[in-house]
Design a protein around this ligand. Structure first.
Ligand code: HEM
Length: 387
């Protein structure tokens, strides 16, 4: 166990709001909620705190993901029906079958860089891994992955980071891209990928609309890669800050799954969610009104001492560890088993093949431009290849 040092240089621009009573920000008509149990309650009460109503979201210009229809922005009953269409593909048992392929991708990625004795964890490994896996699951060309990366950057970025025209252009491009894939499917139907499942699916006797299918594909493509990329990147930031944790993992790799849970809690890739208030209600006992917004802060709730003893301590042995990084209740992350599997296999293979991993401290860490996602652009490391 290591206490946080006052120098948090491994975590650039990471400032969780201290746990406190909910407070209201009038300019943005927005409640900030930091207590674990209140965050959990808000995510559970989907009647009062809706995931739909994306169109007036104060954090995003209208163009964000507005033209796509995806389950993350739906309430029941449609949410339940749509989620049910793909949930079979994401059960822990279905996902476990992917392990050999994930391991093969990890080895291939390391083969390209191992002789150099250095690599960028993000560009060389933690970006290409999940995007390759989800592209193969969807049945879309893995060769387009640099395009997917650009799209993801735009979708998760703060409004100020890219001009509005560029966002519009990218959303149109995504629409056209998947439109072609669906047309192609009609000409040559396939059987064994997620797009085929969606093309064949019916709800109440009707097939899904094209915007619904495209919404699903883009959600899986973006939610499915940028978050896992940052989970693996953030793991290396934690190991850099707490080298004795890394030493323990080298000595006993069976600790890796537990360590991943602690990285998820301590340095979560998703730092906050948002909900729209549909009826006057109380938040932390304070009066909130219909039409206002709530930010349930995951990164704060994950450090609530009422839920986690010594919450400010990075402890890879922590158990239980009921962090909220995959959300809670009906929108609980569909991809959690996949993200956990990818991170475990990735770390097992990296620690087996790369010894004496050290972050290259000559290159300053730079946080990615996003209000809701935490990660850094590059994590350069040096290592000694295992013989
Ligand atoms: C470390 C990696 C990941 C993190 C931290 C994460 C986090 C989250 C969170 C917090 C939510 C809930 C959003 C809300 O309540 O508004 C969510 C939902 C979702 N995630 Fe993930 N995610 C990760 C990886 C993945 C992967 C690998 C996939 C798929 C390939 C995925 C697909 C989804 C989908 C489809 C939803 C929407 C579920 C629903 O609305 O019912 N995620 N994720």
């Amino acid at each position: 166990m290591t206490l946080i040092s006052s120098d948090i240089s491994s975590f650039p621009d990471f400032h969780p709001i201290p746990v406190q009573d909910a407070f209201y920000e009038p300019q943005r008509t927005l409640w900030h909620v930091t207590r674990y149990h209140e965050v959990q309650r808000i995510l559970t009460d989907y009647h009062a705190f809706s995931s739909a109503h994306r169109e007036h979201n104060p954090f995003r210009r209208q163009v964000a993901m507005g033209q796509f229809i995806s389950i993350i922005g739906m309430d029941p009953p449609r949410h339940r029906q749509m989620r049910g269409l793909v949930s079979q593909a994401f059960t822990p048992r279905a996902i476990a079958r992917l392990e050999p392929r994930i391991a093969q991708i990890c080895h291939e990625l390391l083969e390209r860089v191992i002789v150099n004795g250095r690599m960028d964890v993000i560009d060389d490994f933690s970006y290409p891994l999940p995007v390759t896996v989800i592209a193969e699951m969807l049945g879309i060309p893995v060769g387009d992955r640099s395009t997917f990366r650009y799209w993801s950057n735009i979708v998760i970025a703060e409004d100020e980071a890219y001009p509005e025209d560029e966002r519009k252009r990218v959303l149109d491009e995504m629409h056209t891209y998947f439109g072609h894939i669906l047309e192609q499917w009609h000409k040559e139907p396939k059987e064994d990928d997620l797009i085929s499942d969606l093309m064949k699916a019916e709800l109440d006797g009707e097939q899904l609309s094209v915007p619904e299918i495209i919404g699903f594909c883009t959600l899986l493509l973006i939610a499915g890669n940028i978050t896992t990329t940052n989970l693996i990147g953030n793991a290396f930031l934690c190991f850099d800050e707490y080298p004795d944790a890394l030493a323990q993992l080298y000595a006993d790799p069976s600790l890796i799954p537990n360590a991943i849970e602690e990285v998820l809690r301590f340095l979560p890739p998703v730092i906050a969610l948002s909900r729209y208030i549909t009826a006057d209600t109380k938040i932390d006992g304070k009066q909130a009104q219909e039409g206002q917004w709530v930010l349930p802060w995951i990164q704060s709730a994950n450090r609530d001492e009422e839920q986690f003893a010594d919450a400010q301590v990075f402890d890879i042995h922590r158990n239980p560890n009921r962090h909220l990084t995959f959300g809670h209740s009906i929108h609980f992350c569909l991809g959690a088993p996949l993200a956990r599997l990818e991170a475990r296999v990735a770390l097992e293979i990296m620690l087996a093949r790369l010894k004496e991993i050290k972050r290259d401290r000559f290159m300053p860490l730079e946080r990615i431009a996003s209000q809701f996602i935490y990660g850094v652009k590059h994590v350069p490391i040096a290592f000694t290849p295992a013989v």
